[in-house]
Design a protein around this ligand. Structure first.
Ligand code: C2E
Ligand code: MG
Ligand code: MG
Length: 429
């Protein structure tokens, strides 16, 4: 297995995140037909004039959500993009967009509001997963350049690669995967934001399915936990990651490795013994291994996970609270578990510089880590803006596509050589 699949999959992800569209007024052939919805007729006139001046010739308007809905119901294919004011008397933009999201219309939308970023963030969350593609949200009055930036993201229907539906997963498949060694590990680098030094890699499992190709962990970890296959999976991941670490050390690469551990693993009274035995067998120092833990049920009545975590820490394994800020990665967990690392979820990292909502949360998470004497790690670092902000905020470590995508073990030495050159420029030395 090589990194080709990973690169392919991640570029598909980038496409689904609305890379600038091929079609734009400057050089394109296809332009969206726009429906502008705003209860203020003056604003409507100003905006439609602006859009026409930008080269968008087909702009229809409505001052009431009911009228706009009727237009869309009559011919859902006649509009490609809706620019919608959220604040309207009668049916407001939230209700309108939810109805559109559940209708036959499968185009795009831009949100407009004078209520500030937070409400627009909430509405975007509300609409996520529906048929509408939300290109973005703008504060009113929208400037020409801000509108242009969002409209450039527009793509015609069907231009995006359809998301591949994950195959149904059965218990028998999962047990067969363990028996027949269908697991593959890819490794994603973690680097020091101050010095640029590579401190280690996170091991991320993929399932090389004989019929469906490479399947990503979000599609099978929960099923493996439910059917009891996750112990064998984690056992394989730990053994493989520690063995690989030994190979790198022999080559003079002083890396550490992080492994994701499921809460189901920590429930097993044998887990601590098993991981210690694997470390001994592979000649791995526990200090070189960090266990990343995300879970909703850490604080369940059963004391076993807490006991396992305390004992693992006493053995000097690193413990990371993964995806901090989401789900149940909470302050209560930080209080009760001797974590050594706080890994801020990527939802609070990417784009934080210009986002008034997530930036204070990122700053707060880094301050908590510092206050507790833990390493602060940011995941999902996708741009040089993200990278620079984290340096300014004093975050310790970073991980993300900007630094390096997950890759097969044999690609790591080349990546390290490449990063050496790149990082010198990034840390400004
Ligand atoms: P995680 O531990 O939070 O791992 C990071 C995930 O973010 C990885 O997805 C990685 O490919 C992705 N990622 C990394 N950098 C970026 C970035 O800059 N932008 C974006 N948008 N994404 C980025 P992946 O490999 O699909 O793993 C998903 C989750 O599955 C992991 O989240 C982890 O919770 C779980 N997982 C992975 N391997 C294992 C494993 O061996 N055992 C268990 N129990 N869970 C695992
Ligand atoms: Mg992780
Ligand atoms: Mg994470």
């Amino acid at each position: 297995m090589n990194a080709t699949h990973e690169e392919h999959a991640t570029s598909a992800t980038a496409a689904s995140r609305c890379e600038p569209a091929a079609a734009n007024p400057a050089g394109a052939t296809v332009l969206p037909r726009i429906l502008l919805l705003d209860d203020d007729p003056v604003m409507l006139a100003v905006q439609s004039h602006m859009l026409r001046a930008m080269g968008y010739a087909e702009v229809s308007t409505a001052t009431r959500a009911e009228a706009a809905l009727a237009m869309l119901h009559a011919s859902p294919q006649a509009v490609d993009l809706i620019i919608c004011d959220l604040n309207m008397p009668g049916m407001d933009g939230i209700e309108f967009l939810q109805l559109v999201n559940a209708s036959a219309y499968s185009g795009s939308a831009v949100l407009l509001s004078g209520e500030g970023q937070h409400i627009m963030h909430t509405v975007r969350r509300l609409l996520a997963g529906g048929r509408l593609t939300i290109l973005g949200a703008l504060e009113k009055p929208a400037t020409r350049s801000a509108l242009n930036e969002l409209l450039e993201r527009w793509q015609p229907r069907g231009a995006q690669a359809p998301a591949r539906r994950p195959p149904p997963i059965t218990t028998a498949d999962l047990h067969a995967a363990s028996r027949e060694s269908q697991w593959v590990l890819h490794y994603q680098p973690k680097v020091n934001l101050c010095s640029g030094a590579v401190v280690g890699v996170e091991a991320l499992v993929r399932w090389n399915h004989p019929d469906h190709g490479l399947i990503y962990p979000d599609h099978f970890i929960a099923a493996a936990e439910e059917c009891g296959a996750v112990d064998a999976l984690t056992d394989w991941v730990l053994q493989e990651a520690m063995t690989q670490l030994g190979r790198w050390h022999v080559r003079g690469l002083p890396l550490r490795v992080a492994v994701n551990v499921s809460m189901e693993n920590l429930r097993s009274p044998y887990f601590v013994h098993r991981i210690c035995a694997l470390a001994l067998q592979t000649g791995t120092a526990p200090q070189d291994v960090t266990l990343e833990i995300t879970e909703s049920r850490l604080m369940s009545p059963s004391p076993t996970p807490l006991e396992s975590l305390a004992r693992l820490r006493m053995q000097r394994f690193g413990l990371s609270i993964d995806d901090f800020g989401t789900g149940h990665s909470s302050l209560a967990q930080l209080r009760d578990v001797p974590f050594t690392e706080l890994k801020v979820d990527r939802g609070f990292v990417n784009g934080a510089r210009h986002n008034q909502i997530i930036r204070p949360m990122l700053e707060g998470s880094i301050a908590i880590a510092r206050g507790l004497g833990m390493l602060a790690v940011a995941e999902g670092v996708e741009t040089s803006d993200d990278w620079q902000l984290l340096r300014e905020l004093g975050c310790d470590l970073a991980q993300g596509y900007f630094i390096g995508r997950p890759m097969a073990a044999d690609r790591v030495p080349d990546w390290l050589a490449d990063w050496k050159g790149r990082s010198a420029g990034l840390i400004g030395s």
